[in-house]
Every structure is written in structure tokens, then in C-alpha cells.
Design a protein around this ligand. Structure first.
Ligand SMILES: [Zn+2]
Length: 461
């Protein structure tokens, strides 16, 4: 018998979900925020073929294109990429508010997560994906779920989003409901099986992230095996770290180390690792993040609402630590809106760091290009030939973003809203067109979410 938790394995065959691209597309006359190194903003045409941008310039030829999108007056920019999301918590919105983190987890979130059955998980995923796609998010790193992780991958594949996620591991700790209890062996074995099934599926839009929930919910053995298996499969690692001061004290009690030193000692640092939060970091921990090129997901709404603290993102950026953004979950935020996180990231750090702490351009960079890079997708997050056509088009002809003579990046960062999203494209495939979500029936999604939320609430009570 193969003892799968004891050794990394080589990937086996993958499950591919076919995706239909929309052929060749020319977007004409848009105001393009390129997010290239010069932060160029210009009125340009964009030509797309086989899911990639193949031309960018004024007055591109449209002959032979399968589709021409007249975008005069619209803004085109890279799609948002959010590097810390909990799709499985979307049904819990407004059911776990105004609590401190560890109580919030033990008393509300874990019981509800443990009560999710596959149909509920599907409803939660669809609800979250509908919200994300309609508000311009084209890629996510998801913390997954202890059980039924297949459902998240299936729904991500159907929705068209770029999805990196995995089974959440919780093999030690107390106070978990029956639905979340698992052994170390089963947690690792199931993670490896899921990785082999989904990593690279849907033409590469789905990728796997080994996802130990946080230091307190995982054994050292599980964490080390996650790191070893992630590297053997070329997958990512995703965990929560240093979100809350009580959490880091408990980690020190257990390991004798600071949280980041502890994760570092187990292999959970590096450019393939995304740590959510990083609110409480010592100077030595910051040096470890910088030297190992570990990526951080800043979740300002969640940190504020759970009163976890304010991460010193301006200082981390000055140290050249890679920071992306994430909305976290609908149970702690209470939304999945990238505009909100981007605006908060831009304004929050000015309180301590001054008005230049995180300028609008930097906030937009964190929300787009830095997110794609943190997901390991180097060929997304910039509007340029050769890059993937993961794009968002905004309609800013509205009172809250007018007049139209100011700095376009500032209008997007400080004033734009999810309702300004006009079109969303992922890998050259139209996902949202003129505000309509093409891959999910929104009315059915709401109806199913309503029923599922009631089922889960009844089970928990
Ligand atoms: Zn989280």
C-alpha cells in the first residue's frame, strides 16, 4: 500500500474541462490602463486571438475578426486578481458579525462550514463566483474547504474564472464540529488526490494550492507534507498567517517560534507561497518574507471588521515584499468586491504613512498585476501583446466617477464601483457582457443560495 502522506508524488492524469473561446476579438477605441511598467494610459485598440492579446495600438485592422467590440468611452484594464478568498463561506454573510477572530471561528464559522453538504457548497460557490465575476475579478486564490473541494473546482471551471485553490487542512486543534474533523493521513491523501485531479485542468485555468488553514489547525507533519507535495507537483501553498495577536501568542507557546519563523522552518515560505494577512510581523519576520520572496495577501476589510489590526503594508512595500489583495470571505468582510479592497488599501495606510503611503497606481497594481504574479500567472495583469486576455471594461459615464478630465487611475481606484463593470473577459472568453453574467444564471443562483443558507442554518441550530 502506498502511504501517500509520507512522500510527494508525481502528478497523474488530469481532468480537463473544455472551454469555448470567443475566437478572435478586436476591442476598438477604449481608454486603456495598461498597467505596464510605465503605467501607460492611452486610447487604443486591442486585438485578441486564442485567449491572448496579439495587438495593441491605434486603429488596428478589424477585418477577419470574429467579434468587434466598440468600446469608445469605456475603460479597459487588467481584471482584478484576489489572492485570499473563501468561496465556501459565501452563504454565511451577515451571520457572524461583530466578533473577535478566534470566537468568530469557533462559535460561528467552523460549525457552519462543518454543516455544508455538497449541494450547499455548490450554492455557496456559485453565489461567490457570481459576485466576483460581476464585479470584475478574473482570478482568485481560494482557501477551499475541508470537505467537498471537488465541488469548488467544478463550479470554478464552469464559471470561467481563473481559480487556484485546494482542500483546506485542519488535522489538529480542538473545538471543531464533526464535519471538519480529519486525520493527518486523510487530509494529506485527499489533498494529493485533488491536486492530481485538478492541477492544470480547464486549459490551465484551474491550479492547485495546498492549503493548511493556519499554524494552529495543522500538525507540523501536515505542513511539511503540504510543502513537499506542492513542490513535487509545481502547485502553490496558501495559508493564513499572523492575522491576530492572540493567534501569534498561541503559535509561540506551541512552537517556541514566531509565526513566520515557524512556517519558514516547515517550508511554508517562498515565491510559491501566499500568506493571508501578515498584520503582526516582527522585523525578523519581515526579513524572512523579503528574503524568501513569500507573497502576502492584504485583506483590509477583513482586518478592520474583525479588529485584527492594520498591516503595515506601506512599510512592507518599501522593503520590496510582494503584496496582493484579497476580500477574504463574505462572513468577515462582508463582500467579495475588489474595488472596496483596493480603495481601502489606498486610503487606510495614509493614516499612519501620510498621503503618499500607497498612491492610487500602487493600489491598482496590487489589485491586478501583483495579484496575477502572486498566483504564479506571470503572463496576466498587463494589457500588452503576449499577455492573457483577462480584461475588465468599465463604464464610467456616471455621476459618482465624473467629470472625466481627472486622472483615470484615480477615478478607478477612489471612485469606481462594481456596478461600473460593463464587460469581463478571461482567456479571451466573454464572461460578463454589458453587465450580464453569461456563465451563471444569477436568479437561480440567488434562489439556490437562499434555500441552501436556510438548510445550513437549520443544521447548525
Ligand atoms: Zn481567510
Amino acid at each position: 500500500m502506498t502511504v501517500r502522506h509520507s512522500a510527494p508524488r508525481v502528478p497523474a492524469k488530469k481532468k480537463h474541462v473544455p472551454v469555448k473561446r470567443d475566437g478572435s476579438i478586436v476591442i476598438r477605441g477604449a481608454d486603456v490602463i495598461t498597467m505596464n511598467e510605465r503605467f501607460d494610459v492611452a486610447k487604443l485598440d486591442i486585438a485578441i486571438e486564442d485567449g491572448r492579446i496579439v495587438g495593441l495600438g491605434p486603429k488596428l485592422a478589424t477585418r477577419g475578426a470574429d467579434m468587434v467590440i466598440e468600446a469608445k468611452g469605456l475603460v479597459v484594464m487588467p481584471g482584478f486578481v484576489q489572492c485570499h478568498i473563501h468561496l465556501c463561506q459565501t452563504l454565511f454573510r451577515a451571520q457572524a458579525d461583530d466578533m473577535v477572530l478566534l470566537d468568530w471561528l469557533r462559535e460561528r464559522i467552523w460549525p457552519m462550514e462543518g454543516a455544508l453538504e455538497p449541494d450547499d457548497m455548490r450554492a455557496a460557490a456559485r453565489l461567490g463566483l457570481a459576485e466576483l465575476l460581476l464585479s470584475g475579478t478574473t482570478g482568485i486564490l481560494d482557501m477551499g474547504t475541508v470537505r467537498h473541494a471537488d465541488v469548488l473546482f467544478e463550479e470554478a471551471a464552469r464559471s470561467g474564472i481563473r481559480y487556484v485553490g485546494g482542500k483546506c487542512l485542519m488535522d489538529v486543534g480542538q473545538g471543531y464540529p464533526a464535519g471538519l474533523r480529519e486525520t493527518t493521513e486523510s487530509a494529506i491523501d485527499e489533498s494529493v488526490t485533488l491536486c492530481e485531479r485538478w492541477h492544470g485542468a480547464a486549459e490551465g485555468r484551474l491550479r492547485y494550492a495546498f492549503s493548511p488553514r493556519f499554524a494552529l489547525s495543522c500538525s507540523e507533519h501536515a505542513m511539511k507534507m503540504c510543502a513537499a507535495n506542492a513542490r513535487a507537483h509545481g502547485a502553490m501553498l496558501h495559508t493564513h498567517a499572523s492575522e491576530n495577536s492572540e493567534e501569534i501568542e498561541l503559535v509561540r507557546e506551541r512552537s517556541g517560534k514566531s509565526n513566520i519563523e515557524y512556517l519558514h522552518s516547515l517550508g511554508l515560505t517562498g515565491p510559491d507561497v501566499v500568506l493571508a494577512h501578515g498584520v503582526w510581523l516582527s522585523a525578523e519576520e519581515r526579513r524572512i518574507l523579503r528574503d524568501t520572496k513569500t507573497r502576502l495577501a492584504h485583506c483590509p476589510s477583513s482586518n478592520l471588521k474583525l479588529a485584527s489590526g492594520i498591516a503595515r503594508i506601506d512599510e512592507l512595500l518599501q522593503m520590496d515584499i510582494h503584496v496582493a489583495l484579497g476580500a477574504d470571505g463574505a462572513a468577515c468582510n462582508n463582500g467579495l468586491d475588489a474595488f472596496m479592497e483596493m480603495r481601502l488599501a489606498a486610503v487606510l495606510h495614509k493614516v499612519r504613512g501620510g498621503p503618499t503611503a500607497i498612491p492610487a497606481r500602487k493600489a491598482l497594481h496590487m489589485a491586478t498585476r501583483a495579484g496575477a504574479q502572486a498566483l504564479g500567472v506571470e503572463d496576466a495583469g498587463v494589457v500588452a501583446p503576449g499577455m492573457r486576455a483577462d480584461l475588465v471594461m468599465l463604464d464610467l459615464h456616471k455621476p459618482h466617477v465624473y467629470p472625466d478630465i481627472g486622472d483615470l487611475t484615480s477615478r478607478v481606484v477612489y471612485s469606481a464601483r462594481p456596478t461600473d463593470v460593463h464587460t469581463v473577459m478571461i482567456d479571451g472568453r466573454l464572461i460578463v457582457r454589458e453587465g450580464e453574467l453569461l456563465t451563471l444564471d444569477v436568479n437561480k443562483t440567488l434562489k439556490d443560495a437562499r434555500a441552501a443558507a436556510r438548510r445550513v442554518a437549520a443544521r447548525v441550530s
